[in-house]
Design a protein around this ligand. Structure first.
Ligand code: UD1
Ligand code: CA
Length: 459
């Protein structure tokens, strides 16, 4: 069993932001939440998050995670000072403490599990993740011998020019034997360039101290500015794309596709360029999405074809065709074998199986039975200026082009609505409703300014 401490109190000055750095969203989740999730699978006994700058905001953003204890740090006097705040919380704790920087969010759970395993097997005082970086600028440098025995960590700003040449960097991820660390924490001083208590200074007093080089250096990217945030986002997208391709998804131009970690794709899904899958979006086998789609928290069945469309918080069942240029939003459910075509917006609506809404329509707060055909330009007038009202359309009904259904209104099954109708009253089953002015034809009609002239029939 280990205790985990996430250091998340810093301001993150280099982000130039009102939002605390650790709350900046990284591929859809606050970066500190990604750090916390990276301990998944470890036998975690305690999970402590050190908060300081924007503490209330950070606590609120993490409130949905269970088992998190918050430790307040004030004032903020460095990473060593942050860990000193844990002492009263871990009085009786005698196990290992895994310390994670709240701004190092790309770690894989497997990497941390291995770090802990190495630490326990070797009975080290501290085991820390390190990496050899071609450009180590900004990171603390780890001084160690050929057997990875660490003697010290020197911060970039405190390095001599010779030490700065050392390319082995400190990832900011450590497994400490807590009783040993607790003994040496009070020894820390602020005798350094930043005048802070450095957690890294404890390593010189902990024996044996072991460095573990990471294989995939991308995992230890620390985020201090917006450029690193963008790099981290790209790396995560790439990780997830690679994984889905491995599992049988085709991606045309993968670099232009973005997707988040709760997305689920079946084999033989094809993603075209500029397709963006967000939140809990699920796509069934053989569906072909894009180019140019945004799908958010939506469930798409199998063999669905979607082009240039936006779908949020909705369900589209199998064998449907959507788009180009459709917008399906908020609790819409589209049944099987439907067509939702060009310039159609649908909101909070159920569309029954085998129905078609092919062109230029708005359906809001409506319930359509199966095999309904919605003619081009049909609109549900669902809003009276204050409230929204429902429209019900029975099975097999056909709505003529350019009709307006003024809600609340119910059309039975098998109803035909004449084109251009404005339907304000309920219609029974199997009826034809014509709700428009009768056509008037005036033969041989001429505008008043021509009426004095002799009439010549048009050719
Ligand atoms: C730290 C390490 C450095 C390492 C780098 C890896 C130290 C002294 N240096 O440097 O060796 O290479 O991480 O990314 O630890 N924090 C607090 N309270 C504080 C100060 C910081 O909770 O008083 C938190 C921050 O929110 C952040 C983390 O600790 O999540 C690291 O702090 P930061 O100031 O970014 O340290 P670095 O300079 O990056
Ligand atoms: Ca940092």
């Amino acid at each position: 069993m280990v205790a985990v401490a996430v250091l998340a109190a810093g301001k993150g000055t280099r982000m130039k932001s009102d939002l605390p750095k650790v709350l900046h969203p990284l591929a859809g989740k606050p970066m500190v939440e990604r750090v916390i999730r990276s301990v998944q699978g470890l036998p975690v006994e305690r999970l402590l998050v050190v908060v300081g700058h924007g503490a209330a905001q950070v606590k609120q953003a993490l409130a949905h995670l269970s088992g998190v204890e918050f430790v307040e740090q004030s004032p903020l006097l460095g990473t060593g000072h942050a860990v000193q705040q844990l002492i009263p919380y871990l009085q009786d704790f005698t196990g290992d403490l895994l310390v994670l920087n709240g701004d190092v969010p790309l770690l894989r759970p497997h990497t941390l599990a291995q770090l802990v395993a190495t630490h326990e097997q070797g009975q080290y005082g501290v085991t820390l993740l390190t990496a050899l970086l071609p450009d180590p600028t900004g990171y603390g440098r780890v001084i160690c011998d050929g057997q990875f025995q660490v003697s010290a960590i020197i911060e970039d700003r405190d390095c001599t020019p010779a030490q700065r040449q050392n390319q082995r960097v400190n990832a900011g991820i450590y497994c400490f034997r807590w009783p040993q660390l607790r003994e040496v924490l009070p020894r820390l001083t602020t005798a350094n360039q930043q005048q802070e208590y450095y957690l890294t200074d404890t390593v010189q007093w902990l024996r044996p101290a072991r460095a573990v080089d990471i294989l995939d250096v991308a995992e230890i990217l620390g985020i201090n500015d917006r450029k690193q945030l963008a790099t981290a986002t790209q790396l995560l997208y790439q990780r997830w794309r690679d994984e889905w391709m491995r599992r049988g998804v085709t991606m045309i131009d993968p670099l232009s596709i973005t997707l988040e970690d709760e997305v689920e794709l079946a084999p033989d899904v094809i993603l075209e360029p500029q397709t963006h899958l967000r939140g809990r979006t699920v796509v069934g086998a053989g569906s072909h999405i894009g180019p140019g789609c945004w799908l958010e928290n939506s469930q798409i069945g199998h063999d669905v074809r979607i082009m240039y469309s936006v779908i949020t918080n909705s369900t589209v069942q199998s064998n449907c065709q959507v788009g180009p240029f459709a917008h399906i939003r908020e609790q819409t459910e589209v049944g099987v074998h439907c067509r939702v075509g060009n310039f159609v917006e649908i909101k909070k609506t159920q569309v029954g199986n085998d129905s078609r809404v092919a062109h230029l329509s708005y359906l809001g707060d409506a319930q359509l039975g199966a095999q309904v055909n919605v003619g081009a330009g049909t609109i549900t007038a669902n809003f009276d200026g204050r409230d929204k009202h429902p429209t019900v359309i029975g099975e097999g009904s056909k709505l003529g082009a350019n009709s307006v259904l003024v809600a609340p209104v119910t059309l039975g099954a098998g109803v035909t609505v004449a084109a251009g109708s404005v339907v304000t009253e309920d219609v029974p089953n199997d009826a034809l409703v014509i709700a428009r002015a009768r056509q008037v034809v005036k033969p041989h009609w001429r505008p008043p300014y021509l009426r004095h002239q002799e009439h010549e029939p048009s050719p």
